[in-house]
Design a protein around this ligand. Structure first.
Ligand code: AFP
Length: 329
């Protein structure tokens, strides 16, 4: 079986980028170990702090963030990092070639109930100028400039799903040797699906287009979509996207009016962009409803975005509700 480094070399990934990815995985393996220890390590539960998004930080959010931040900032090829858990971007090496953004522990409200969580990462090329990684402007590039994106799913087994722009591969952490080994090549999202994932409790706050689509789904065979739908909601985007990569589906966290100043709940640079790159590299589609997520120009590292992604034909049906935009593929 091929190891991660062998797959990256076969894909023609530069030695520098390979080292950035491998260091990211060193941190993720440590996170996987700590999650596995659970209560025994005394690191479950919340801190007294909130992150810049106003969310209470779990102890493991902070630990995972520090692990990733410390290892990546020490990597000579990393110019800077941006994290969902940090107010500002952090400088690495002034002449580093890459920028890494990450959500260190996505779905962390699941930790205390021992359900799946994940780490999401996105890698961009750093602009070749005098600015350093603590200048957030260097990070403000649309998702279509990503050179790599991936997630690690900490579930019954620890999985890495990633892309460097040549399709999407799935690796499983072999805990005997501490290596990610290739277990599925070239994942493909099915074009059709009858399974949707959305937090239904927000229904009354959605825009009419989204209300309409879900109403249509709920009508099943008798409705305009003509099929019976199933629903899933894990409240961990990594787990939802993984399910979609394995058996198809559509995931939505749309704009809602609970806080009209926010474009959505999910973060563009830590969740929307990397997950869109993975899903699109696997033949799926992603959209805000009105444009391709990866075409959104970020104004701030912590920008939020409405997210609709998954099986191509189903995403196309949802964006058709919004009427004024035709997806690229
Ligand atoms: P947390 O990391 O704060 O648990 O949020 C997880 C998340 O960003 C994403 O992974 C889920 O899809 C979504 O939020 C869950 O949101 P709800 O709390 O509305 O279910």
């Amino acid at each position: 079986m091929k190891r991660l480094d062998q797959v990256l070399s076969n894909d023609g990934v530069s030695a520098e980028l390979e080292l950035v990815i491998k260091d990211t995985m060193v941190a993720c393996k440590d996170i996987a170990y700590k999650l596995g220890q659970g209560e025994l390590a005394g690191i479950l539960g919340a801190t007294e702090d909130e992150n810049i998004q106003g969310e209470t930080q779990k102890m493991l959010d902070v630990i995972s963030n520090d692990l990733l931040k410390d290892i990546l900032c020490a990597n000579p090829y990393v110019k800077g990092v941006g994290s969902e858990e940090e107010d500002y971007t952090i400088a690495g090496h002034a002449d580093g070639k890459y920028l890494v953004t990450f959500d260190p522990l996505d779905g962390s409200s699941n930790i205390d109930v021992n359900l799946s969580v994940g780490t999401i990462f996105s890698i961009l090329e750093a602009p070749n100028d005098n600015r350093t990684g603590d200048d957030q402007a260097v990070f403000l590039q649309p998702g279509n400039k990503q050179v790599a994106a991936g997630y690690v799913l900490y579930g019954p087994s620890t999985l890495l799903v990633m892309t460097t722009g040549k399709g999407v591969n799935l690796f499983t952490l072999d805990t005997n040797v501490g290596e990610f080994v290739l277990t599925k090549e070239q994942l493909k999202v099915t074009e059709d699906t009858a399974e949707f994932a959305i937090n239904m409790s927000n229904q009354r706050f959605w825009e009419p287009e989204m209300q309409q689509y879900i109403d249509d789904c709920l009508q099943g065979e008798e409705g305009p979509l003509g099929k019976r739908y199933n629903m899933r909601w894990v409240a961990s985007m990594v787990a939802e996207v993984h399910r979609i990569l394995i058996r198809g589906g559509i995931f939505m966290y749309p704009y809602d009016s609970r806080d009209p100043t926010k474009a959505g709940k999910l973060r563009l640079m830590y969740e929307g962009n990397p997950m869109s790159m993975i899903v699109e590299q696997a033949g799926g589609l992603s959209s805000t409803g009105r444009m391709c997520i990866m075409d959104v120009e970020p104004k701030d590292i912590h920008d939020r975005v409405p997210v609709i992604l998954g099986s191509k034909n189903e995403v196309t049906k949802v964006v058709a509700m919004f009427g004024d935009y035709i997806p690229k593929k």
